[in-house]
Design a protein around this ligand. Structure first.
Ligand code: NAP
Length: 267
């Protein structure tokens, strides 16, 4: 993204997409605030980024599903220097809905939906006032998979619901802002090579060394490349690896408009 100024707040920066995105932003010249639960991972990354890029790097150790922690991060996201917000932290809580631990279910909703919305609300007004900035909200290709049964896809009703929220929230907010600035993006990766499938999300993956789940998937670098390119192009919905883009997204928008037009009340 060419328009570099100030600080980028990156949630879920201790592994996977968030760690790589933070490194790319620092490489572009952004100062960064790295947010996640695992302090040792954040400190390792912060040290590396300071050495490699000379940018300022803060760490904010926080469990974003805990209201007091979320409030601390929201306060930081609302500061004047913040020009980029990556709402990336997310957990899956995969499994049959009827067997889902209610406390894990609440955590999935609190993190994937509430924290993302609260942080967007904290950061966005300042960006609008200043007439610049970007918010990237990480959804998932699973947001488009509502009609598909599990196998090979995971059992995912709550997770997919939260990602459907991220997609609709971000697209609707982008429409409210009428093209910005700031720029908004719903990033919808398919299967990506991260730690994501190593935990349901109740507890972090242990250890200092980032790991990758055995399902494989797209390299994180490609997800970040696609997101940054889509920001430059002003695309609100980014599906990394999508061929024929933006045609597919336009087809989706056309189908939504046709559905609304067809659902008029009978005269
Ligand atoms: N990997 C995939 O196949 C895939 C596909 C589509 C979308 N996504 C989405 O991509 C995003 C990033 O996931 P990833 O694939 O990079 O997985 P990941 O490697 O597991 O990273 C998840 C990040 O979220 C953080 N996090 C988890 N719970 C948290 C909490 N309560 N508070 C603060 N931070 C928390 C984790 O850090 P700590 O554990 O240190 O807190 C970690 O930094 C998620 O929103 C996910 O839904 C992933």
């Amino acid at each position: 993204m060419g328009d570099v100024w100030g600080t980028a707040v990156v949630t879920g920066a201790s592994s996977g997409i968030g760690a790589r995105y933070a490194a790319r932003l620092a490489g572009l010249g952004w100062d960064t605030v790295l947010v996640a639960r695992r302090a040792d991972r954040l400190e390792d990354l912060a040290r590396r980024l300071r050495e490699q890029t000379g940018t300022a790097v803060e760490t904010l150790v926080a469990d974003l599903s805990v209201p007091a922690d979320l409030a601390r991060v929201a306060e930081r996201a609302a500061a004047r220097d913040v020009g980029f917000l990556l709402n990336n932290a997310g957990i899956n809580g995969f499994g049959p809905f009827g067997a889902l631990d209610p406390s894990l279910m609440a955590k999935v909703l609190d993190l994937n939906v509430v924290a993302l919305t609260v942080l967007t609300r904290a950061a966005l007004p300042g960006m609008v006032r200043r007439g610049r900035g970007a918010v990237v909200n990480v959804a998932s290709l699973l947001a488009f998979a509502g009609s598909l049964p599990p196998g090979p896809l995971p059992q995912r009703a709550v997770y997919a619901g939260t990602k459907g929220y991220v997609l609709t929230f971000t697209r609707t907010l982008a429409a409210e802002l009428a093209g910005g600035p700031p720029r908004l993006q719903a990033l919808c990766p398919g299967l990506t090579a991260t730690e994501f499938h190593l935990t349901s999300g109740a507890e972090p993956v242990p250890g200092r060394e980032p790991a990758v789940h055995r399902e494989g998937g797209m390299p994180v670098e490609e997800v970040v490349d696609a997101s940054l390119a889509a920001l430059d192009a002003g695309e609100v919905v980014c599906v990394p690896g999508l061929r024929g883009d933006p045609g597919r997204i336009e087809e989706l928008v056309a189908a939504e408009l046709a559905l609304r037009a067809a659902a008029q009340p009978a005269r």
